[in-house]
Design a protein around this ligand. Sequence first.
Ligand SMILES: [Fe+2]
Length: 344
Amino acid sequence: MLPHKPRILIVDDELGPREALRMILSDDYDVVAASNGNQAMENLSRLEFDLVILDIRMPDISGIDLLAEVRKKAPDTEVVMITAYASVDTATNALRLGALDYLIKPFDRHSVKEAVEKGLSRRSKTKTLKSKLDELELVNESLKAEAENAYNNIHKHYTETVRSLVTAIDAKDSYTKGHQERVAIYAMLLAVEVNLSVGEMSLLQQAAVLHDIGKIGVLENILRKKGPLTPEEFKLIKQHPVIGAGIISPVEFLKEAVPIVLHHHEKFDGTGYPRGLKGLHIPEGARIITIADAVDAMLTERPYAQAKTPSQVREQLLLCSGTQFDPRLVRIALKIDLPSRRIL
Ligand SMILES: [Fe+2]
């Protein structure tokens, strides 16, 4: 199949120049002629043209107005203006408005062909460039989809890894089974009241689920010990926030959770561990987890202590407000409806 000829629209109200142009161009191009602006508009809405040759002075719509319409309707179509000597200024203006070139009447065969070829060559370059840009856009889209997919896979693997780590801690310390998830739930209940942003809540939830991950590095017989701990044993157990922070810090996703995990045993009055941070120097997420952690411990039946009722838990929170806990967060925690026994 032969490639289709470029399509050219000639718009001129004068029969002479219109037919002269048709004769010069019809052998090589698919030529459509219009004798006025309205006819030209009709053709433009019906067909796609590679190039329009446009007389500037016409009775109904001026060539300049028509040029603006072509630019609007078919921005990739090239336009060559035709003008008499008297209106070279207008032609120059047309170039500023986006026409490619102008022909001055009376024009000769050579200059017409030259202007048309120049226009069609630019049109073809624009088309190639556009199709390349479209291809690039497609490649870009597919790369984006691949990156998203890879991110989702990593996230899925990360979630599975976290789950296995949490299961590993539960296996070491069976009586606190489910503790990390429950702390995450209480922390979320508090976070809603504190008005944390969605991003901050998601970070807090990650940190809460992982806050005791460092217990993996603590001997099982210490974790499971029913009686009181010796000072040496307590020293070892106090290492778990540091061990936990060390475990998660190489994971890019968890970088922001590191300070929360590291400081979840700090106390508001500065007597906590591992750094003895005080008051608002303790990250807010860690201050929230400290309360959620204590709430779950108090609602849980232990070998050496009975589970507390929600009102006893509230009393204890109030009692330790300002020493162990952030008083502002205690006030907020007291508004939360606690379950009558531990959840999960
Ligand atoms: Fe802990």
